[in-house]
Design a protein around this ligand. Structure first.
Ligand code: SF4
Length: 384
C-alpha cells in the first residue's frame, strides 16, 4: 500500500468512527449556542486554552466541572488578568499541580499584551502560530498544537499520552514512547489531515480514551485495526514498551494542627519559590530516621515557626502520591504553649477560626486533613 493511501485510509476510517462514537459534546469544542462548529469555523481559544492546560495532568471527566467553575468565575481573558492570584488558586483547588493555575494567570497577561484588550473578544486576533503559544509558560508543542487545531481548525499535530500509545501500537515500536518521541511526532504530522484537523485530533484522543486503552484495548471495535501492527502481529498490550520503572521514594511527614486559647488554628502560606507557592497549609515537616513523629512535629514547629507546642492525640494518617514521590502524613492535634509565631520558612502565618479554612486555597493533601478536622469538630460543610 502506498504511504499516502495508508494515511488517507486511516484519516477517513477514524473520522467516520468519530462521527458515530466520538465525544461530540465536549463543551469547549462547541459554539456558544451549543452547536458543533462547521469546518474551519473559529471557536473560543480562551475556553480551549484553559481546558487544554487543565487536561495536561487530568482526565476529561474530572476537568469538566473545574472548567465550568473556571468559566463562570473568569469568563474571558480580561477577567482572568484582573483576578487576584489567591482567587485563581481557590477556583483551581482540588485539580492539583497548582503551578498550572499560576502559569495560566501569568500567561493571561502575556496574551493580553499580545492581542490587545480591545481585540481580546475577537478570536481572529488570537495567535495561530505554534511558537506564539509555546512562548507561554507551561505550554509544550502538543498543548499548543491542540489549542490551535481545536480553536482554528488548523492542521497541527498533537502527541499527548493517548496519541503516543496509539501511534506506538500502529508501529509496534520496540522503543519506549520517551525514546521514540521524534518518530511519533513525524507520524502524527503525517497523519493530521488538512481538511477537518480539529475532528481528526479529537478522534485520535477519543480513540485512545475509549478504545485503545492502556489495559484491555478493544481492538475488535477499532476503526484502524487493519493498519495496526501491534494488533496484526503481536499482542497490543505489550506496546508501548516501557523503560525500567524508577523506585518512588516515600517520605514521612508530621503535621501539626495547632490551636490557641481562642480555639483558632494556625496555617501558613508557602513561599512563592516553592512548589505550590502561595497556597496555604498546616505547618510540619519531614521525619528524621532517628526520631518518633511527635518529636518531628515539635522540632519542625520550633524550627519553622519558633514556638513551643504540646503534641496531642493523632487525628489521621494517610498516604498521598505525587508523580515523583509518595508522602505519608501523620497529623496531630496540638496546643500552643509559648513563643511568638514567626514565618521562618513560609511567607505568612495566620490564626483562623477552623470554620473559615475553606476560604483559603490548600493543596489536595491538606483538603483531606480539613475534612477530617471538620468531622472531629462537628463542622458541617457541603462543598467538601
Ligand atoms: S487495533 Fe487495538 S491496539 Fe491497534 S490502535 Fe486499535 S485498539 Fe489500539
Amino acid at each position: 500500500m502506498k504511504l499516502i493511501t495508508y494515511f488517507n485510509d486511516i484519516q477517513n476510517d477514524l473520522l467516520i468512527w468519530f462521527s458515530d462514537n466520538g465525544r461530540l459534546r465536549i463543551p469547549w469544542k462547541l459554539k456558544s449556542d451549543g452547536s458543533r462548529p462547521e469546518t474551519g469555523e473559529i471557536l473560543s481559544p480562551y475556553g480551549i486554552w484553559i481546558a487544554e492546560v487543565m487536561l495536561q495532568q487530568t482526565q476529561l471527566k474530572v476537568v469538566l466541572r473545574y472548567w465550568y467553575k473556571w468559566m463562570m468565575t473568569f469568563p474571558n481573558l480580561v477577567s482572568l488578568t484582573e483576578a487576584d492570584e489567591q482567587e485563581v488558586l481557590l477556583v483551581w483547588q482540588g485539580l492539583g499541580y497548582y503551578s498550572r493555575a499560576k502559569r495560566l494567570h501569568k500567561s493571561s497577561k502575556l496574551l493580553l499584551n499580545l492581542i490587545g484588550e480591545v481585540n481580546s473578544s475577537d478570536f481572529s486576533f488570537w495567535p495561530v502560530e505554534l511558537d506564539q503559544w509555546m512562548a507561554l509558560p507551561g505550554i509544550g508543542r502538543s498543548t499548543a498544537g491542540s489549542i490551535i487545531s481545536s480553536a482554528f481548525d488548523l492542521p497541527l499535530p498533537i502527541l499527548d499520552g493517548n496519541v503516543k500509545r496509539i501511534l506506538s501500537r500502529l508501529l509496534a515500536s520496540n522503543k519506549s514512547t520517551q525514546k521514540n518521541t521524534k518518530r511519533l511526532w513525524i507520524l502524527s504530522e503525517q497523519l493530521v489531515p488538512k481538511d477537518n484537523p480539529r475532528d481528526f485530533n479529537q478522534a485520535l484522543m477519543d480513540l485512545g480514551a475509549l478504545v485503545c486503552t492502556v489495559k484491555n484495548p478493544k481492538c475488535s471495535f477499532c476503526p484502524i485495526r487493519n493498519y495496526c501492527l501491534a494488533f496484526l502481529k503481536y499482542d497490543p498490550i505489550d506496546f508501548p514498551k516501557k523503560d525500567m520503572k524508577k523506585v518512588i521514594p516515600v517520605q514521612e511527614i508530621g503535621i501539626a494542627l495547632i490551636f490557641n486559647n481562642d480555639e483558632e488554628i494556625l496555617i501558613d502560606q508557602r513561599l512563592e519559590k516553592d512548589s505550590m507557592g502561595g497556597m496555604w497549609e498546616f505547618p510540619g515537616g519531614k521525619k528524621e530516621s532517628y526520631e518518633c513523629i511527635e518529636k518531628t512535629i515539635k522540632r519542625e514547629i520550633m524550627e519553622e515557626i519558633g514556638i513551643d507546642i504540646k503534641v496531642g492525640e493523632k487525628l489521621i494518617s494517610f498516604e498521598h502520591s505525587y508523580s515523583h514521590k509518595k508522602l505519608y502524613f501523620t497529623v496531630h492535634l496540638c496546643e500552643f504553649l509559648s513563643g511568638k509565631p514567626r514565618p521562618l520558612a513560609s511567607q505568612k502565618l495566620l490564626w483562623v477560626d477552623p470554620s473559615r479554612l475553606l476560604e483559603f486555597p490548600f493543596p489536595a493533601a491538606n483538603t483531606k486533613i480539613i475534612s477530617t478536622l471538620f468531622k472531629y469538630l462537628g463542622i458541617e460543610k457541603d462543598n467538601l
